[in-house]
Design a protein around this ligand. Structure first.
Ligand code: PEP
Length: 267
């Protein structure tokens, strides 16, 4: 039995570690995760699992994953729109590519909020990721205030449209719908709410990139995802995975999210 979604997209369960776990803790965590998921490898071979550790962990994670041939992907939590130069503190997509990062998160709400990242900058980061063969995971989502003022889809759709400014069909991108009010709050969107916005995001992908590219693009839901609610999200036609924050740091909980198929019928 494969875990492909009804639309034929490979589900992606991704853990955003944020500012947690140093390189030694990262090694221990990834080793245990791989061990815990060894059955998942067989039963759920089509679920892609990815972790997003802090930058200083990436070399250690890369070495472990490649030496033990682990079925775990990894990526950076951000990248610069520049490839190199006088940009103190920045990390380029070229450096991430050199460490075998498959993905990079772009435009997480914490970057937008605490670092003032603009849609224009994010379009530049996406272009930088694509220049180096790294797949951007673009986060979009409305605040509680946006929801009140503009309804659920307007802000995420506008953010997606702006970020796609330089993207053409055939350049892979993953979109993560993360309502800001649901992140870290313990209060996830309902699966119907999330589906409604993800359907609007997919319609925008059709408009901007065309039917085929839209059908191939994975849209994740993020915001207080847990083992207890993941199956409800995964049952939605326009949701192809989850971006998980807090619960991705709890080994058993994260493994259980990866095994969401086991929860079908429990929601
Ligand atoms: C996130 O920050 O991307 C996130 C989804 O966090 P949490 O799962 O903790 O809500």
């Amino acid at each position: 039995m494969t875990a492909q979604t009804a639309a034929g997209r490979t589900p992606l369960i991704a853990g955003n570690w944020k500012l947690n776990l140093d390189h030694l803790q990262a090694i221990a965590f990834v080793q245990k995760l791989a061990w815990t998921l060894k059955d998942a490898r067989h039963d759920f071979g089509a679920v892609e699992v990815a972790v997003f550790p802090p930058f200083t962990d990436l070399r250690s994670v890369q070495t472990l994953v490649s030496s033990d041939d682990l079925p775990i992907r990894f990526g950076g939590q951000d990248c610069s729109e520049h490839d190199s130069g006088a940009y103190t503190g920045e990390i380029s997509a070229a450096f991430l590519a050199a460490l075998d990062c498959r993905y990079v998160i772009v435009g997480h709400s914490e970057r937008r909020q605490y670092h003032g990242e603009t849609d224009e900058q994010l379009a530049g980061k996406i272009a930088a990721a694509h220049r180096h063969g790294v797949v951007p995971v673009l986060c979009v989502g409305e605040t509680a205030e946006d929801l009140e003022t503009h309804g659920p889809s307007a802000v995420p759709v506008a953010q997606l449209r702006a970020a796609l400014a330089g993207v053409v069909a055939g350049q892979e991108i993953v979109v993560a719908y993360e309502p800001v009010w649901a992140i870290g709050s313990g209060q996830a969107a309902t699966s119907d709410q999330a589906q409604q916005v993800c359907a609007a995001l997919r319609a925008t992908l059709v408009e901007v990139l065309g039917e085929e590219a839209s059908a191939a693009t994975r849209i994740l839901y993020g915001g207080s995802v847990k083992a207890a609610n993941v199956a409800g999200f995964m049952a939605q036609p326009d949701i192809d995975g989850a971006l998980v924050g807090g619960a991705s740091l709890q080994l058993e909980e994260f493994a259980s999210i990866v095994r969401y198929q086991k929860h079908v019928g429990t929601v």
